[in-house]
Ligand binder design. Structure first.
Ligand code: MN
Ligand code: MN
Length: 462
């Protein structure tokens, strides 16, 4: 071996080899893990549905609802639900909260099309619904694709009705129309933000009138009658509802080699699922482990179900109190993986990425030391010490990982919940899965990367 070759191997970073570094057994394991994930993703379009799915899975695996003033023993398994939209799973450790807790936090809300409070109208012989989009979307991607309706309506008498319609092939679905290319010369000259506006995202829901009478808006009335027959709701009930339109795409394998997964809501359910399974697979950790799946990340983590709420803090304080510890001291000794996706390098749009520091499909789980924008604004920027600790933990557990900045400096940016966790005086770094076309109705991840995320969370807990 030449001196340079020898020194290169000793001193320089290894070259990227993608999935070639995985054994056939690991690839098989990745495929099996992905099967469970695909089921979860197809049943968890919204945060409410994700909470219901994880709660059921947890109960099947011995988790019981947390009671604040109860004494728990090492190995006990509890869950806590925040308003049906966020859920925490905890496994009590041998040392309880004495050395802090180990946290994996992911979000279970994804970009989508919400309804306005007063959505129903009729125009041009069609019934439509006015919408207000949720999270960062490229609006053109959400036109002319099948949409399914998910959500909850609260009637005046306080009773509720949950709706999930359009996911099955034999059910009706909905869509947002777009202008045909023959007539789009005006539209084609506009910039993307002007060519597709928020007020254009109207959802097509019907075209038959109730009857041939002279009453007005008979098509909208007919739709309302169908909704009333089926769900017992009136137009006023839209005022106390959360109705979300999500892509009605089934999660699918992508590529001839079936190495990748295409689906709606990988951001951030491809981190939520492996972190939940890691908690479920953890039996008797040293320190108490918590997987927390939060809501509202896509709109800034505000509100009582978002990561800026004190809900998780109160839960940790309750666990601390049961151990005779001060809550703030437990937080100060805690460590967290803020589990969120990163942008995978896309060769078609290579100019947006800085190739030495971006993440790649099949290079393993992505660590982002910092997120934010501009001169590192709006980020917690993990310390060298904590990066070193997590790096050693991943190596010890045989987890393939890579570093990932979101894109070129100053080209854009984005935040995660890491900074809100850091503000509680917890050591935290972002770790997650690389995603192609993030926030599109169908996003893409790789199967081994998903498995590596699971192994990372499991490694943190154990
Ligand atoms: Mn995210
Ligand atoms: Mn996102």
């Amino acid at each position: 071996m030449s001196n340079a070759k020898e020194l290169r191997e000793k001193l320089m970073m290894k070259e990227r080899k993608g999935a070639a570094t995985y054994s056939p057994e690991t690839l098989k394991e990745a495929d099996e893990f992905a099967a469970g994930y695909k089921k979860f993703l197809d049943s968890s379009r919204t945060e409410r549905e994700a909470v219901a799915y994880v709660k059921k899975l947890a109960e099947e695996n011995g988790f019981v609802e947390f009671e604040p003033d109860k004494k728990y023993n090492p190995g006990d398994r509890v869950y806590i639900v925040n308003r049906g939209k966020a859920i925490g799973l905890a496994v009590i450790g041998k040392n309880g909260t004495d050395n802090g807790v180990r946290l994996a936090i992911a979000h279970i809300d994804s970009p989508r099309i919400d309804l306005k409070p007063n959505p129903l109208y009729q125009d041009g012989g069609l019934a439509l619904l006015k919408s207000h989009y949720y999270g960062g979307i490229k609006k053109y991607q959400w036109t002319t694709i099948p949409l399914a309706l998910h959500g909850r309506v609260v009637r005046l008498d306080g009773s509720t009705v949950d709706i999930c319609l359009g996911e099955n092939d034999d059910e009706e679905c909905f869509l947002i129309t777009d202008l045909l290319p023959h007539l789009d010369r005006d539209q084609a000259t506009k910039t993307m933000s002007k060519a597709f506006t928020g007020e254009d995202l109207n959802i097509l829901i019907g075209s038959y009138p109730l009857d041939d009478s002279d009453e007005k808006d008979l098509i909208a009335l007919n739709v309302m009658k169908i909704l009333n027959d089926r769900y017992g709701i009136t137009e006023d009930d839209f005022l106390s509802a959360e109705l979300n339109f999500c892509p009605a795409y089934k999660t699918r394998d992508i590529g001839f080699d079936r190495s990748m997964i295409g689906g709606y809501g990988h951001d951030d359910k491809c981190c939520a699922y492996p972190s939940a399974i890691a908690a479920i697979d953890t039996k008797l950790p040293e320190s108490t482990c918590i997987t927390y799946l939060t809501d509202k990340e896509e709109t800034g983590s505000d509100g009582n179900t978002g990561m800026q709420s004190d809900f998780l803090r109160y839960f940790i304080y309750d666990l601390a109190k049961a151990d005779g510890n001060e809550g703030y001291r437990v937080l100060s000794r805690s460590k967290c993986l803020s589990a969120d996706v990163n942008a995978a390098f896309d060769p078609t749009y290579a100019s947006a990425y800085e190739t030495k520091n971006c993440s790649y499909v099949n290079e393993g789980v992505v660590i982002s030391k910092y997120t934010g924008h501009g001169g590192k604004y709006d980020t917690s920027d993990a310390s060298a010490e904590f990066m070193g600790e997590i790096r050693a933990m991943l190596e010890k557990n045989g987890v393939k990982w890579q570093i990932g900045e979101l894109g070129k400096v100053d080209i854009g940016g984005g935040g995660t919940i890491a900074k809100y966790v850091a503000n509680m005086n917890v050591d935290v770094v972002d770790l997650g899965v690389a995603v192609l076309n993030m926030h599109a109705p169908m996003e893409v991840i790789s199967k081994p990367d998903l498995l590596m995320a699971y192994k990372a969370f499991y490694g943190l807990f154990n």
